[in-house]
Design a protein around this ligand. Sequence first.
Ligand code: NAD
Length: 557
Amino acid sequence: ARQPGTSGPRTVRAPRGTQLSCKGWQQEAAMRMLMNNLDPEVAERPDELVVYGGSGRAARSWEAFDAIVRALKELEDDETLLVQSGKPVGIFRTQRDAPRVLIANANLVPHWATWDEFRRLEALGLTMYGQMTAGSWIYIGSQGIVQGTYETFAEAARQHFGGTLRGKFVLTAGLGGMGGAQPLAITMNEGICLAVEVDPQRIQRRLQTGYCDEMASTLDEALAQIREARDNGQPLSIGLIGNAAEVYSELVRRNLIPDLVTDQTAAHDLLNGYIPAGLSLEEANDLRRRDPQEYIERARQSLVSQVRAMLEMQRRGAIVFDYGNNLRGQALAAGEPHAMDFPGFVSAFIRPLFCRGKGPFRWVALSGDPEDIYRTDETILELFPEDQALRRWITLAREKIHFQGLPARICWLGYGERAKAGLAFNELVARGLVKAPIVIGRDHLDSGSVASPYRETEGMKDGSDAIADWPILNALLNTASGATWVSFHHGGGVGIGYSLHAGQVIVADGTPEAVRRLERVLTNDPGIGVVRHVDAGYEEALTCARQWGLKLPMSPP
Ligand code: NAD
């Protein structure tokens, strides 16, 4: 607990209800969302101001946190607060339609953009790692991971299986922090999931939290359940205790080829993230300590045999993809020349969405009342009645996802749809159908807001993977359009040196000014995503741009 008059760790929770502690709802929204990021229900290590993703922080220090809150409480409706890597550094007179807060986190001049230099500067108290939504005050807990995974499988279903995974056998592995979202995301898409996981405790944890339905200890037992679910068209998820390298190869040997295949073991780290075949967990732990070189060599051989099984499944008709864990890169480095024959998840399933400006639209009820989110859920269903995957997501999210901190929701919406939703939410506030304003934001992982050559911009059609003008233009455009706060960060997702990205958050407070700002921001923000993909040569983006009449000075007629 905090001593009076000092600044240190304490329990933070955003105020609820309609009473303002700031001079307007825009400032109040920024303050509540900063506090919400540090709510113990939301943040991983709130005492250290760490929200998620390694060391992604909301503010640089507790002194800086207190100073930001003080500044927001005093901030006028025509002023803008500047935050430099988690520390408030100045307040300027701007104008009512300008952002109330501008944030820059962890940015370094490219030649110095290394972890070593960053850590040196961080130790001097000069910078802070903001991840994507930690330092930009719009993290909403694990709902975001489940939804991104759901959307990936939904797009796979749309592309290959007529819009649903019903009756489809989906094979994956790894039920860790991120991978654990897979069984739920697959059954939410009505599919049958077999997730191979070497550690029974990880499976147990997913059973307890309702992310996975069943646990099996033999492949035969799991296959019998899969057959039954398939015959009945029932969604089902099974965590199978086993090693992915062995189970994938055994399925090929028996010629049992799943419909869709991926993997989310932590294959990017061979020593700590991938268990070699033929070893129990204890034996693996022992070998890792005793002989790390031998461990890595055995992990590498197992990984290659798993990738070979996946390539064989692909040859026999399965849809196979890499889920962002560098599985292909590891196999390629170990000498499997065909490792890159199956695609990564962004280029296979997410990029077509990005071409239409579609990305992770999220919103939060400042009232703190879950009923307000349920009311917005209904609005979304009314606005987009034709979108089946969206309907499934919203309906199941209501049933299965627990709120963390202020009640929030996420769903992927495209160009045109985001502005429509934002304006409808503003109308709900204006008519008193929700109890307080709604905050609308998004992840930095989005259509036109990130340059990250190992993830979001991997394998761009024109080779522009490392071009980082786009996220900068995105931040400038959102500022010019009147977002409530705008952020520009370095290093989110893949680490220092590997990515640059921008975020925006806008408040629907029910006023006519908010109508104009929402329309501009929620049109232009996904709009630059469409433009970025038109520029890279994606036909689907050009179709979308033409359909909506986007002005493109140099696009083909
Ligand atoms: P984690 O370390 O929490 O979990 C990995 C799991 O894999 C563990 O439960 C481990 O027991 C299991 N495992 C390891 N070797 C195995 C084997 N041979 N057979 C079966 N199970 C095995 O990791 P995480 O947070 O779940 O992330 C998984 C990977 O996904 C990481 O490489 C991460 O970088 C990557 N990733 C995911 C996304 C996404 O959107 N989901 C995006 C980018 C990267």
